[in-house]
Ligand binder design. Sequence first.
Ligand code: ADP
Ligand code: MG
Length: 280
Amino acid sequence: MTLDLDHLTWSVDGRRILDAVDVAAPAGALTGLLGPNGAGKSTLLRLVSGVLAPGAGRVTLGGQDLLALPRRARARRVALVEQESTVPASVTVREAVLLGRTPHASHWGGLTARDHAVADAALAEVDATALAHRLLVTLSGGERQRVHLARALAQEPALLLLDEPTNHLDVHAQLDTLAVVRRLTARGVTVLAALHDLNLAATACDHLVLLDAGRVVAAGSVHDVLRPEVLEPVYRVRCTVLLHPRTGRPVLTFDPADGPPPGGTADVTPDVPDTRRPPP
Ligand code: ADP
Ligand code: MG
């Protein structure tokens, strides 16, 4: 189901944090939400998930108005993994993942065999089965991040929202997380992920949206968005875009916006062609 944000606007203390934001995140695809610190990425994800009360604008998933849905009904469709999830002190990993089943549980009954099976499958999916009986507070940041992802998977959402999901992760774990996301999108789940690492976004995303100061400044394919003329004014750096020799996807390097680059200029002719422009 396609996620559509139509003129989403949100203000706090008289300050406009999101300003008429239009985003379309296609079904069964990973859409990367990019932008510098304070651009409004987390606010946008929290609005879509219903954690924050909506301001103006519409949010629809497969044409259905998400913000008009009651909380439980929305939680059956949308899962959010926040950047800094609060960790209850005395909860085991398995209990934390089972919390993802709450919106599916009947009002009267407890958890069913299926709920337990879904939670176990979610733990296995993120390779955290061995952690099941640990207390959540005893985990490393990276392990905890995997468990929060498992909790979101246990929710069986049609839309998964991820706020910087690879933040605490080493490079292998980053690729593992992206592989989990890829399996979800292959099953038709719509994923919108705020990402800091532009190279990771270049590698993994099907579609990108670039926010700056609460406005969408670019949207499209990795080649449309990850261009020097788009990135340089937003991130206030100089940027060189190469093309990966195997995948053809952008690979980015950065230098300070003013003055010479810290490494100096190359004194050898590079043996790679200048591929600043993607092929047509
Ligand atoms: P990002 O995730 O892109 O770094 P955020 O969405 O967290 O950005 O924040 C966008 C801007 O909104 C920041 O300037 C932040 O300080 C401000 N902001 C977000 N939530 C609140 C709030 N509840 N009260 C005041 N300012 C807020
Ligand atoms: Mg954020």
